[in-house]
Design a protein around this ligand. Structure first.
Ligand SMILES: [Zn+2]
Length: 406
């Protein structure tokens, strides 16, 4: 059972208001965290679970900003107020994610081990200049947009050294400035050693430290860690919430907001990406791919796999899969209800394709697309994902009875 701690300034908070500066939707989560802020009864550790793009890290950072706000920590008496106040130095620092009471842990590549005879105290400093720049870049992007992914190339796990130095720091320093907050992003990437070191922290929680863990892969978390956290679940966003926020926050017109909403699949991060992208051009590319697959020329096939599985293209490939999914759903829908509302578009091209593929098991094609999308998130080799998917699409949508496509 998660334990609660009360801040020194925990009295008389019932009338405060809490503002989530970047989180979109998630009313239930807002309620729970607002109530915790009001009563000052904050859990030692929270675990935010839910799919990519649902807003786990945005909620964590917004909540951290409430706790770190200097006025919140020092508040006495009963005057009503809103936090973060956005006026104190703490708020300026937390907005840039540079507050000394805020720590962000996320999967990083292993630094090069020091050479023989070198001072081992330097071991954590062994990132190359390029790696260091990548890490700083990721954090800078996160400060701009709390939905930006904390992903560095080669970042496979949360490093045990970082957990240890955190423990050391909490043991040695007493911090009088109110709360300290540690965000552990993708906590399922705590491998054995790091997870055990982290568990020790949770078992003897330092005073006034709040841990917020996030994960989209619940089954990979240690149950001993989960049981020490208050768990909050993040559902994907409904279309109304996404559409309304796209229009309000990004000033999108209705037509673009509709297209981005459909492509977002419940993820605010993807909605913003689509809002900045060009759904019509993406649709064109997706249809081009199908056209090339239907030709079934082996040389073209290999070239398509190479093109879409290039290392720098993973997010483009993922976007292609999203568009392809919606477009095939439109084709399927046209078959069943030619009068119904399309997801993406309906044009001559679509009608031609629908006629050409009439009677094909579209469910199988959509299942293959969903599987490929999941594989990309699981970091399966993109070349393998592309090969498997393109073969499936050829077989399901285009192969003549008895004809071989392999
Ligand atoms: Zn403040």
């Amino acid at each position: 059972m998660a334990e609660l701690i009360e801040s020194e300034a925990g009295s008389g908070k019932s009338d405060i208001d809490v503002r989530f500066t970047q989180l979109v939707g998630q009313e239930r989560v807002r309620d729970v965290l607002t109530r915790a802020s009001r009563t000052g009864r904050i859990a030692h550790a929270y675990l935010f679970l839910g799919d990519h793009g649902a807003g786990k890290e945005a909620a964590a950072l917004d909540f951290a900003r409430v706790l770190l706000c200097r006025s919140h920590a020092q508040r006495r008496g009963s005057e009503p107020d809103t936090f973060p106040c956005e006026q104190c130095e703490s708020c300026a620092q937390s907005r840039r994610l540079s507050h000394p009471g805020l720590r962000i842990l996320f999967p990083l590549p292993k630094p090069q081990s020091p050479k023989e005879g070198e001072d081992t105290a330097e071991a954590v400093e062994q990132y190359t200049a390029a790696q260091q720049k990548q890490i700083e870049g990721v954090l800078a992007a996160k400060a701009e947009d709390f939905y930006a992914p904390l992903a560095v190339p080669g970042g496979q796990e949360i490093l045990v050294d970082h957990i240890r130095s955190l423990r050391q720091e909490f043991r040695l320093t007493s911090y009088s400035g109110g709360w300290r907050v540690v965000l552990v992003s993708q906590a399922d990437r705590l491998r054995v050693q790091a997870a055990n070191a982290f568990l020790k922290l949770l078992e003897e929680p330092p005073p006034n430290v709040v841990f917020i863990l996030t994960s989209s892969r619940e089954s990979r978390l240690l149950s001993t860690i989960v049981s020490r956290c208050q768990v909050l679940r993040f559902a994907l966003l409904d279309r109304d919430t996404i559409r309304r926020n796209l229009q309000e926050r990004l000033a999108l017109d209705g037509r673009r907001a509709d297209a981005a909403t459909r492509l977002a699949n419940g993820s605010w991060r993807r909605a913003v990406e689509w809002a900045q992208g060009d759904p019509a051009a993406e649709t064109e590319r997706a249809v081009d791919l199908l056209r090339e697959l239907v030709r079934g020329d082996p040389g073209t096939f290999d070239e398509l796999v190479d093109r879409w599985s290039a290392p720098a293209k993973t997010s483009e490939f993922a976007a292609l899969l999203d568009v392809l999914t919606l477009w095939l759903r439109d084709v399927q829908r046209w078959d069943a209800h030619p009068e119904g509302e399309p997801e993406l578009s309906r044009d001559e091209q679509l009608v031609k394709f629908a006629t050409f593929t009439e009677g094909r098991p579209f469910e199988d094609a959509l299942a293959a697309l969903a599987e490929a999308r999941l594989d990309l998130e699981r970091r399966v080799q993109p070349a393998l994902v592309a090969y498997t998917l393109f073969r499936s699409l050829q077989r399901v949508l285009f192969a003549r009875a008895g004809a071989r496509t392999d």
